[in-house]
Design a protein around this ligand. Structure first.
Ligand code: PLP
Length: 386
């Protein structure tokens, strides 16, 4: 068996052994329904409250400002649709580089009579604050800008955006699915009213997520039923995954002193891979997620690169996993000004604490010859010396 290097952590992460152990414990022992009044129910309710406390203490909010959902997508839908259902205001501001879980929710709201402004970003992927200031009005209900982009890793100035939103009485929502678990996040420091996150991006399983909703925020519930999550999100709580998520939060926040090592690996890869002719780094050079590398190689298709890397045991993405089954170039890369042909030859490498220097050595050994091989087959490649 050859080497296996998983560097697609922005798509999903391997569940941590400690998280799996916590889930196992819940599945075999703490399987009661938190709404039941007997001893098994009380035991489950206690574990639920305890998990909520453990997560909220990391996010810097109080436990009753935290709601569990099934995923980041649900949290994003809830934040936007729930907000628009409770206000007379009809305008939403978001950015052109949001995840489809925000963009398509905005499209659905447009069909229901809302007006949406999609902010431009600069060549590094940072949202245009001047355009935000010009487009926000007394009719703006919510400003939704992601904390870290899932494709190019660029970090957005959320604190400043929140101040601009609040100056017109609008709410501030940030999709922090890619940020939570990778960098320290404190909701009060950011000044946001709502913030979404997802378990599977931080070494917990798929199918669990959450939404921070600041106390006093007017938001409608999305799922009706038995009134769980303080009547805001019905459905019997997925306690095993909630307990696993709490453990994942603790592990992530305990591990932030590993960030400089991840940044050093990222920067080494960026330096080495951009030595390849006709390559370019996408996203900001330093103001990006610690583990994100996104590079375009002209004259090749990202998909061919992905398949050949897969054959030597390296797992990466082209653009984002969500758009990789479409032939359209990534909306994020087009928004930062890449022409179609460069956007097509892009790959995303996303590291986490599990990666080692040996992984980086292996990528540096394998990737350049594969790029060369693909270009040698290309009728339009002008050669390295041109
Ligand atoms: N938001 C961002 C920025 C993402 O990267 C993703 C997943 O890739 C999502 C939302 C959706 O999260 P989930 O997969 O938990 O629905």
């Amino acid at each position: 068996m050859g080497r296996f290097v998983y560097v697609d952590n922005a798509a999903t992460t391997a569940p941590a052994p400690e998280v799996i152990a916590e889930i196992d414990k819940a599945m075999s022992d703490i399987w009661g329904n938190p709404s039941s009044l007997h001893v098994k129910g009380r035991e489950a309710k206690h574990a639920l409250d305890n998990s909520r406390e453990r997560i909220s203490s990391k996010l810097g909010c109080s436990a009753n400002e935290l709601y569990f959902t099934s995923c980041g997508t649900e949290s994003n839908n809830w934040a936007l649709k729930g907000t628009m259902a409770m206000t007379q205001r009809k305008h939403i501001i978001t950015s052109k580089i949001e995840h489809p879980a925000v963009l398509n929710t905005c499209k659905a709201l447009e069909k229901n009579g809302c007006r949406v402004t999609y902010l431009n970003v600069d060549g590094d992927g940072v949202v245009d604050l001047a355009q935000l200031k010009n487009s926000i009005t007394d009719d703006t209900a919510v400003v939704a800008v992601m904390m870290a982009n899932n494709e190019i890793g660029t970090l957005e100035p959320i604190k400043e955006i929140a101040e601009i939103a609040h100056s017109k009485g609008a709410l501030m929502f940030t999709d922090a699915v890619q940020a939570i678990g990778s960098i320290p996040v404190d909701v009060h420091e950011l000044g946001v009213d709502m913030l979404s996150f997802s378990g599977h991006k931080m070494h917990a399983p798929k199918g669990i997520g959450g939404l921070y909703i600041k106390r006093g925020t007017r938001i409608a519930n999305l799922i009706d039923g038995g009134g769980q999550e303080r009547k805001f999100r019905s459905g019997t709580e997925n306690l095993p995954y909630i307990m696993g998520l709490a453990r994942a939060f603790e592990l992530a926040y305990d591990r932030f002193d590993d960030i400089p090592r991840i940044i050093a690996m990222r920067d080494r890869l960026i330096d080495e891979l951009t030595k390849i002719p006709y390559s370019r780094l996408n996203g900001h050079r330093t103001n990006r997620l610690p583990g994100n590398i996104n590079i375009s190689f002209e004259f090749i298709e990202g998909e061919s690169l992905l398949l050949l890397l897969d054959m030597v045991g390296i797992c990466i993405s082209t653009g984002s996993a969500c758009s990789s089954n479409s032939l359209e170039p990534s909306h994020v890369l087009l928004s930062i000004g890449l022409p179609h042909e460069k956007a097509h030859g892009s790959l995303r490498i996303s590291l986490c604490h599990n990666n080692t220097e040996e992984d980086i050595d292996y990528i540096i050994e394998q990737l350049p010859p594969i790029v060369k091989r693909l270009r040698d087959m290309s009728p339009i490649y002008p050669g390295d010396n041109n």
